[in-house]
Design a protein around this ligand. Sequence first.
Ligand code: PEP
Length: 256
Amino acid sequence: MARKPLMAGNWKMNNTIGEAVVLAQNISNQYEDRWANECDVVVCPPFVDLKPAKTVFEFDRVEIGVGAQNVHWAESGAYTGEISVGMLKEIGCGWCIIGHSERRGYFGETNEDVNKKAKALIDGQIKPIICVGESLAVRDEGTTLDFVCAQVRAAFAGIDGSLAQSCVVAYEPIWAIGTGRTATPEQAQEVCAAIRVTLSEMYGAEVAEAMRVLYGGSMNPGNVEELIAQPDIDGGLIGGAALKAESFIQLIKACL
Ligand code: PEP
């Protein structure tokens, strides 16, 4: 089955509001409307930049979505520093990254947290981009597939197949994030295929075939073609190369 690719830029903790507006405008200026039929494009700026970036894309009438990089599962309450699904919805945020390895590693986000966030996002009709991926130690141990597939099972625990379809899984080997060291297309394909098998075991082949599995980890204009040529890689979650409009646009063009 042909899945529409998704290119999602993760800006991480980069760009003030002014810088975010300039970057969004540069992306928008180079974006061509007809691409929307062939590839979904999303940028995930820091919370404070979400509304400004969204406003740029709305003003320019380009079909580029915005996504958050985190969310809390509670509706509201005494959770200092957190942001709710309702708050994201109000600013027109259609996507949200959860379980990024930086949040798991630096902020203690667990598989259970990822599952609660996924459920809250699905309830609020925001599409979760669920990140999974192994450390170098796990890869060297030879247990990558078990580790990553367990993360997938935990993230989707208790989520019905009809709802799981709105989710995207991003395979991001931790050793490839921000390091310039990319997984080979074969390594990335092996894990993305195993993720799809896991989704198929949970939800059946039809649902699994319809769901998008992305690769993330030092994806750039030089390696994108061979990565997205893999049968189970349906686009990318991009860090560094999403911070420059020119490289992000080249990554989108590779999906057309
Ligand atoms: C990421 O942080 O999701 C990522 C893939 O980063 P980079 O592209 O910089 O490796």
